[in-house]
Every structure is written in structure tokens, then in C-alpha cells.
Design a protein around this ligand. Structure first.
Ligand SMILES: [Fe+2]
Length: 313
């Protein structure tokens, strides 16, 4: 399946006003124009796409959807055939939903855990239109996409791996250096980083562990770090450099209670000519100074839609 990576992500939040200030002032996100059919949601820009992150008002903070980008219409149509052949249930987004996401077409489907995904192509774009919310050197989105996400799954099953590898056509990267069961996967057309998505086994738990966002320079990491420290925002891991992707990053908790990993790529990714098995998570730094799971990791009943849970019983 010719997927570039994660094109956009959507979240529900109980405190949209906190995001309206935090997004631009801490992360440097630009605020995009909300679609007419969704005036109460907050749409953040990090490049010349119409948006990359959407925050919708909700009762609790939780992930709402992950939008995977097919490289174009033909790839999208091929994907629909593959989903049909594999017996994966999906629904087509109507004109209003496509307008909200700013895309030509999309489908919605769930992974075996129950997380909501979308597949789309052709999101609205205006060249040289991005303006950061504060002085910032910009984000390495464009051909990369919005970033990567690490999700917690209450069960790590063969069905989940089959779905990711055989249906979505992702590459298996490995289990990483963490303790416990974790799988790292990247989309077929991603040749820049080790993973677009990872699933970590957390019995009885679901939710976002962190979202990784790549900035253009180490200065943007440092300046974001200073702002986070000055505001005394809760940290998860200090500055450090991972083994699997040799980039510099740090992790702090955002207003929704999951971590943002702010990343600068200071060396090219080594690729994976064979399955890597890192001895340690990081070659330096990344001291764990907060919880590994934030408050946005909850029970499956809290994270999943009630109608979905009823239909599964
Ligand atoms: Fe990460």
C-alpha cells in the first residue's frame, strides 16, 4: 500500500483553550482556519498543508483518528481493493468530512485494537503559506508528514501485526530497546525514519504514549526545551539521542496528558539492512524524569467510542 506516512492526526480535548495558547506559544504551531462545518475545533499547521493536527472539543482527552496519506488517487483506489479483499470494514467519508479534513477522498476503518484510522489522498496545500505561532525555524513535515505516534494496546496480538504488515503494508522495524512487548512499524514509502507508528503492550490500557514531531534544527529543540523548562511543564525525558534514529529529542507532557517528542535529525538515519537490536534506548541523555505513561493513557472503555464497544460485544 503506497502510504507516505501520517498526514494528520485528530484528538478530542476537554480543554481546547489551553491548546489555543500552548500550541502556538510552546510548540510553535500555526493556527489554521477552522472549516465552516467545524468552527469549535482547533486546527494546527506545521507546514504548508491546510492542517496537520486537529483538536476537537470532547469530554476527555483522547485520540480521535490517525490519518494515513496515500501518495495519490491510484494508490488510494488500490488500497480500497486491498481492504475489500482482506475483509476490512471501512466507510467512505462524505463531502462534509472530506471538507473538514481538507482532502479529496478518505475512508475510515479501525485497527484490531479499536483505534480509529483514516486513509486519504490530496490534502489542501498552499505553498509558502505556513507561519509559526512564535519565532521558530519550522517543521520537517512536507514530504514526511505530521510525525510519528506510539500507542498503548491492552493486547498485542498476531491479528494486530497481520493488519499492520499484510493489510497496511508497513515494514517491521523491530521491537526497540524498551522492556515489554513493543512493535515499531513504518509505512512503505517512508525511507527517512525507523517508524511512523508503534504499539506498546500495556495490559488493560489504551491511549497515546507520545507523538514525535520533527523540527528543522537543533535550535528549535533547544528553544522549545527552554520554554518548557521556564513554564515548568511536566517532563517525561530530558534531552538525549536515541539509538534507533540518531536524532536529538526530549519529551514533555502537553495539555492533553500525552507527551510530545520534539526532534531534530542531526545525522541521517542508518536504515535497517538487518533487524537492529539496540542494547539501550539512547546513547546519551533521555533521563526518565516523569511517568512513561501520562494521564491520556486510560482504560479501553474510556478511549473507545461507546457505540463501537457495544457493536463489539
Ligand atoms: Fe518517538
Amino acid at each position: 500500500m503506497d502510504i507516505i506516512g501520517i498526514g494528520y492526526m485528530g484528538f478530542e480535548t476537554a480543554d481546547i483553550e489551553a491548546w489555543r495558547e500552548y500550541g502556538p506559544q510552546v510548540m510553535g504551531f500555526g493556527i489554521g482556519r477552522s472549516p465552516q462545518s467545524d468552527p469549535d475545533s482547533l486546527y494546527f499547521r506545521i507546514d504548508d498543508r491546510r492542517h496537520r493536527f486537529a483538536f476537537h472539543p470532547g469530554k476527555i482527552d483522547r485520540i480521535a483518528y490517525i490519518g494515513w496519506e496515500a501518495v495519490g488517487r491510484m494508490a488510494f483506489e488500490d488500497a480500497l481493493k486491498k481492504f475489500t479483499a482482506a475483509g476490512v470494514e471501512f466507510t467512505r467519508g462524505d463531502a462534509e468530512l472530506c471538507e473538514k479534513r481538507g482532502v479529496r477522498e478518505l475512508i475510515r476503518f479501525r485497527d484490531p485494537v479499536g483505534y480509529q484510522h483514516e486513509l486519504f489522498y490530496a490534502q489542501k496545500w498552499t505553498p509558502r503559506s505556513f507561519q509559526p505561532g512564535r519565532p521558530h525555524g519550522g517543521f520537517l513535515a512536507d514530504e514526511r508528514g505530521a510525525g510519528h505516534v506510539v500507542l498503548i494496546t491492552p493486547e498485542y496480538t498476531p491479528e494486530l501485526e497481520h493488519f499492520l504488515l499484510e493489510v497496511m503494508g508497513f515494514h517491521w522495524y523491530g521491537a526497540g530497546a524498551g522492556k515489554g512487548r513493543t512493535g515499531f512499524f513504518r509505512s512503505k514509502l517512508n525511507t527517512h525514519t525507523s517508524h511512523d507508528i508503534a504499539y506498546g503492550h500495556g495490559p488493560g490500557r489504551m491511549g497515546v504514549q507520545h507523538v514525535g514531531i520533527v523540527v528543522n534544527s537543533i535550535r528549535d529543540v533547544g528553544e522549545t526545551y527552554d520554554i518548557v523548562r521556564k513554564r515548568e511543564l511536566p517532563m517525561m525525558m530530558t534531552l538525549g539521542q536515541h539509538c534507533q534514529d540518531p536524532h536529538v529529542s526530549f519529551y514533555h507532557f502537553n495539555p492533553s496528558g500525552f507527551a510530545f517528542e520534539t526532534i531534530a535529525e542531526i545525522e541521517p538515519w542508518q536504515g535497517d539492512p538487518y533487524e537492529l537490536n539496540p542494547e539501550v534506548l539512547s546513547v546519551w541523555g533521555h533521563e526518565m524524569v516523569g511517568p512513561i505513561l501520562g494521564p491520556s493513557v486510560r482504560t479501553p472503555e474510556e478511549v473507545l467510542d461507546p457505540e463501537y464497544l457495544v457493536s463489539k460485544r
